[in-house]
Design a binder for this molecule. Structure first.
Ligand code: S3P
Length: 171
């Protein structure tokens, strides 16, 4: 189904706050794949936070690092891969993910995203007015996640429902 069995990784993409990390973590309990997060992998490589990296080196440098780590993870053993929301900004990343994994796009209503992220301190792209920044990202990223194999709205159902849907489609 969906060609999922012939591809090795299960990859979660989507805007910040759509639930990639939460879903990845839960999925990891249900299927026997290791779970790797691109942001976490970068933070452990550097020994400091994404926020600090952005402040020190800027977004372009971050995108380069993100691309390198994605490629390394995709070349590794079959995994559940959770990605930073901006991973889709590079076309090559989208092509690799499609080739090497079954790609799940998580979405949520803008109001839900704003609510989930309103007190977030860790995301450099949200500094300032969170609601304005989220709306801006929704506009800028429109269509960028559409290459995914399936799309699931996480504001319409419980986490359990989301996991069940993924497992049903994956098998
Ligand atoms: C970003 C999303 C973040 C993180 C960085 C940039 C983005 O990851 O990679 O702050 O450009 O959308 P999450 O989607 O896990 O929050």
């Amino acid at each position: 189904r969906n060609g999922s069995m012939t591809k090795q990784h299960v990859i979660l993409i989507g805007l910040m706050g759509t639930g990639k990390t939460t879903v990845g973590q839960e999925l990891h309990k249900r299927i026997a794949y290791p779970w790797v997060d691109t942001d976490q992998a970068l933070e452990s490589k550097w020994g400091f936070s994404i926020a600090r990296y952005f402040a020190q080196y800027g977004e372009e440098a971050f995108r380069k690092e993100e691309t390198t780590i994605l490629k390394a993870i995709l070349d590794g053993p079959p995994s559940i891969i959770t990605t930073g929301g901006g991973i889709v900004l590079r076309q090559e990343n989208c092509e690799w993910m499609r080739q090497k994994g079954w790609v799940i796009h998580l979405t949520a209503h803008p109001e839900v995203l704003i609510q989930r992220l309103s007190h977030d301190q860790s995301r450099p792209l949200l500094l300032g007015n969170v609601a304005d920044k989220i709306w801006q990202l929704i506009k800028e990223r429109k269509g960028k996640y559409d290459f995914a194999d399936i799309t699931i709205d996480t504001s319409k159902q419980t986490i359990d429902g989301v996991i069940q849907e993924i497992i049903r489609e994956w098998q």
